[in-house]
Design a protein around this ligand. Structure first.
Ligand code: NAG
Ligand code: NAG
Ligand code: NAG
Ligand code: NAG
Length: 494
């Protein structure tokens, strides 16, 4: 509960948080709290990947227990404010593919602290002197900033600024480490040279190789130390950002159908245009299709067999969309009414139907229990990627159904079960609502599995209610039909 509240508070902080670009070495651990120094990182290699519209970091680190007792709690520090923009943080045992991700939660140490932590719990405590190799991965949202923030012309190149620490974030002393930064371009006007005294091999730091920059190796970096730096590089692509995604999956046993709807509130975080957008220049440029910061098309690969797709924005049905569905694919190609340049917003909804049998099956040997398996969310698949601040997913089950369990590997910050009443419903439909923050499109194929009980009696409630309803209407019309309503005569039922 505490971590949930904290996650919510962190989300609110994320909305107002501004990046702090103070570029100097400092120790970010507050004096008030220090995670117990029971571990030492013997070797650490970190990759920062900047080829998409959000940074992805992976850290492989060999961790040794230097305490006299077995230990299982490992902390990962982030600068306050940044933690609210970290998504899908996962820690695994690099050498044991059979264990899933370890439990990870944001912990509240001190609300005024400059550092916040993720606490990782190992499934089995690490014995004294023993080592474990951790694979840590996460995404950072709203972390790339166009610089300059405005473009003179809509066909100009865009440059992004990314601030980071050349030392990997760590709550423990690290004997040896390096960071590799991967770009998709060699057009890099700014990547400051750090003092070569930091580099344990005395080399120029960073070392450049094609579009990869290597920071370090660095020896004996103390716990919590940072070495601020930045990079500015060409990236003439949109920065698609979703402030909210609402997704409904509505199950009808009676109709044999699963109906999907996604409502998106999108914006483009790319550089804005100094001058008014020119459709003529845009159409001229479209002829030779140069890189552009405008978002022009949203491709939605859907499950094979999806049907009846629609695409509606604030104005109405968008007729420039295409839906191709055949035995091998189902692809929705959505073209917004106008190319979405930096700073522009676009909201729309799209939906489709699927055969119930492709997403729901009866549990073996139990005639009343079913399992639903659907993607947690779908959304467009874009080469530059897309980030989601918040996603609210609702699974609307038939009336009388009871949720038994649900499971997903997408981190969920809140779950509720309620009743959703629509036309012709008697008691209301059982609805599971899951909220998740800081997602990226790379998670779009992760599944949501819901098992539920749907007794035989409930399954026939709707046909019975409708039959009874029709019967009442029939009786009523019979009675009314036989009423004598002529004026001046006493009415009587025949
Ligand atoms: C940046 O960080 C420094 C030191 O932690 C702090 O004093 C300053 O207020 C921060 N600036 C912003 C804009 O958050
Ligand atoms: C909406 O536009 C599509 C074209 O993409 C068209 O096939 C469909 O009939 C339109 N629907 C309505 C209700 O106008
Ligand atoms: C886009 O939406 C955000 C909030 O989601 C709002 O603050 C901003 O003013 C909108 N921009 C435009 C151009 O409407
Ligand atoms: C669902 O929410 C309740 C609190 O409302 C919480 O106790 C429970 O752990 C949550 N379940 C999952 C699987 O997150």
């Amino acid at each position: 509960m505490r971590s949930l509240q904290w996650a919510l508070a962190a989300l609110i902080a994320a909305v107002s948080a501004d990046s702090n670009l103070t570029e100097k070495s400092r120790n970010i651990l507050p004096s008030t709290f220090k995670p117990p120094q029971v571990f030492r990182n013997t070797n650490l290699v970190r990759n920062i990947n900047l080829d998409k519209s959000y940074p992805r970091e992976t850290i492989n680190v060999i961790v040794e227990n230097i305490d006299a007792k077995a230990q299982s709690e490992y902390y990962i520090p982030f600068v306050a404010g940044d933690i609210a923009r970290i998504g899908a943080l996962e820690v695994r045992d690099k050498k044991d593919a059979t264990t899933g991700p370890f439990a990870a939660e944001v912990v509240e140490i001190d609300p005024y602290s400059a550092t916040e932590y993720y606490k990782i719990t190992f499934p089995t405590p690490l014995a004294p002197k023993a080592q474990i190799t951790l694979a840590i991965s996460y995404y950072a949202l709203s972390a790339l900033t166009p610089k300059p923030s405005r473009l003179d012309s809509q066909n100009d190149k865009q440059y992004l600024h990314y601030a980071f620490s050349a030392y990997a974030p760590s709550a423990y002393a690290t004997a040896n480490q390096k960071t590799k930064l991967k770009l998709s371009t060699t057009d890099v006007p700014d990547a400051p040279i750090l003092p070569s005294s930091l580099n344990s091999e005395g080399k120029t730091d960073p070392q450049k190789q094609g579009s990869t920059y290597t920071y370090g190796p660095y020896a004996d970096v103390p716990a919590g130390a940072t070495q601020d730096t930045h990079v500015r590089y060409e990236y003439t692509h949109p920065l698609p950002h979703s402030s909210l995604l609402e997704r409904d999956v509505e199950i009808s046993h009676w109709g044999g159908n699963a109906a999907f709807e996604e409502r998106h509130w999108l914006s483009n975080r790319a550089a804005t245009l100094k001058n008014q957008f020119s459709r003529v220049a845009y159409q001229q440029a479209a002829y030779y299709n140069p890189p552009s910061t405008a978002l022009k098309e949203l491709r939605y690969p859907l499950a094979i067999g999806s049907q009846d797709a629609y695409f509606i924005d604030d104005i109405g049905n968008v007729s420039t969309s295409r839906f191709r569905s055949n035995l091998r694919e189902a692809n929705l190609e959505l073209k917004p009414r106008y190319p979405m340049f930096g700073g522009w917003n676009y909201s729309f909804k799209t939906g489709w139907n699927s055969d119930l049998s492709s997403v729901v099956r009866a549990l073996k040997g139990k005639s009343d229990e079913f399992v639903l398996k659907v993607p947690f969310f779908e959304g467009p698949k874009l080469s530059e990627g897309m980030e989601y601040e918040r996603a609210v997913v609702r699974v609307i089950l038939p009336e009388g159904a009871k949720i038994l369990t649900w499971d997903t590997t997408v981190p969920v910050i809140s779950n509720t079960t309620s009743l959703h009443r629509t036309f012709m419903d008697t008691v209301g439909r059982t609805t599971l609502t899951l909220t998740s923050i800081n997602l990226v499109d790379e998670l779009r194929d992760r599944e949501l599995i819901v098992t539920y009980e749907y007794p035989f009696s409930a399954r026939f409630r709707k046909p019975v209610v409708i039959t009874l309803g029709l019967f009442v209407v029939y009786i009523a019309s019979y009675v009314i039909g036989n009423l004598d309503v002529r004026i001046g005569k006493k009415s009587k039922v025949a």
